[in-house]
Design a protein around this ligand. Structure first.
Ligand SMILES: [Zn+2]
Length: 314
């Protein structure tokens, strides 16, 4: 007897839904474009995608439903305090979606969901001690110790993006604090720093790589400009990579995982960053923690979030 769950990935432009089996395999999938981003319209778009996906998998009895959202969550009820991609602030999303779908819904951060998907069905399959780091628009992570997710006393362990890397006058973070890792290395924050550089008239190398189009700035462009020796780009890239690689190396020392999995748009598109992380671990982690230790890249691509959301809900 296999169990099935509905997984939903809510991005800024699409709501995707899929029926996922107990092993993390996709049974059916559907997506709806978000034309209107008001909470009511988004809930309706999700319901359409969910109905289509479950209609395509009629034999599957759904036991649970999980949603990954790019936003900051508060409490266990899926209350979203801030979701910049959707323009939301203080939306009782979990309650709205539960009412519309007529079933309990577990709402999680999208990167945590993606990390979890990799853990159970991707590059982490078969490992019982893992650390997964996703750097996309933000920074997400998942820790599995002896085959169990590390949740902490109140279920909020693993907020790797909000460990502090700059105690004095740190960059403000979306979480309301300052000096968080995510404020330096998250994709949204890398782009914000690139735009600031442009406003100060110091983004020549970035503009040269994008045919003078600041709208085409990406973390990959930043990496190329930094590796060409441009001081402006290096001023953003170097601290970001240093903070990230030391932070990861410290977690390897602390947690002693068998494998580290790296994923997310920023890390997947910046090979230099992944290389620096590998070097940082060799340099900074304790040698005993590196015995038999491996680093792998995320294997599920865009499906990791939807699979992870479903699996977290089961
Ligand atoms: Zn933060």
């Amino acid at each position: 007897m296999s169990s099935y769950a509905l997984g939903i990935d809510l991005g800024g432009t699409f709501a995707r839904a899929a029926v996922v089996d107990g092993g993390g395999g996709l049974v059916s999938a559907a997506k709806t474009a978000l034309v209107d981003r008001s909470p009511a319209a988004v809930v309706e778009a999700i319901a359409l995608a969910a109905e289509e996906a479950s209609g395509l998998a009629q034999d599957a009895t759904l036991e649970a439903c999980g949603v990954g959202v790019a936003g900051q969550l508060q409490g266990d009820e899926g209350f979203i305090s801030l979701a910049p991609n959707l323009g939301w602030r203080d939306v009782p999303f979990g309650a709205l979606l539960t009412a519309r779908l007529g079933r309990p819904v577990k709402v999680v951060n999208d990167l945590a969901a993606a990390a979890w998907g990799e853990l159970v069905a991707g590059a982490g399959k078969g490992f019982s001690d893992l650390f997964v780091v996703y750097v996309g628009s933000g920074v997400g992570s998942a820790i599995i110790a002896r085959g169990q997710p590390l949740r902490g006393a109140r279920g909020v362990a693993g907020e790797f993006g909000h460990i502090k890397v700059q105690p004095a006058n740190g960059r403000p973070c979306g979480c309301g604090q300052q000096g968080c890792l995510e404020a330096y290395v998250g994709g949204v924050n890398l782009l914000a720093q690139m735009r600031d550089l442009h406003q100060r008239g110091q983004a020549g190398a970035l503009l040269a790589l994008t045919r003078n189009d600041p709208a085409a700035f990406t973390p990959a462009v930043l990496e190329r400009a930094a590796s060409s020796g441009d001081p402006g780009a290096q001023g953003i890239y170097e601290p970001a990579v240093d903070y990230l690689s030391v932070a990861i190396a410290n977690q390897i020392t602390l947690l002693n995982p068998a494998r580290l999995i790296l994923g997310g748009g920023v890390l997947m598109n910046c090979p230099g960053m992944r290389e620096r992380i590998r070097e940082g671990i060799q340099h900074h982690s304790t040698q005993v923690s590196l015995k038999g230790f491996t680093v792998a890249e995320a294997a599920l691509g865009d499906d990791s979030g939807i699979i992870g959301a479903a699996m977290l809900a089961i």
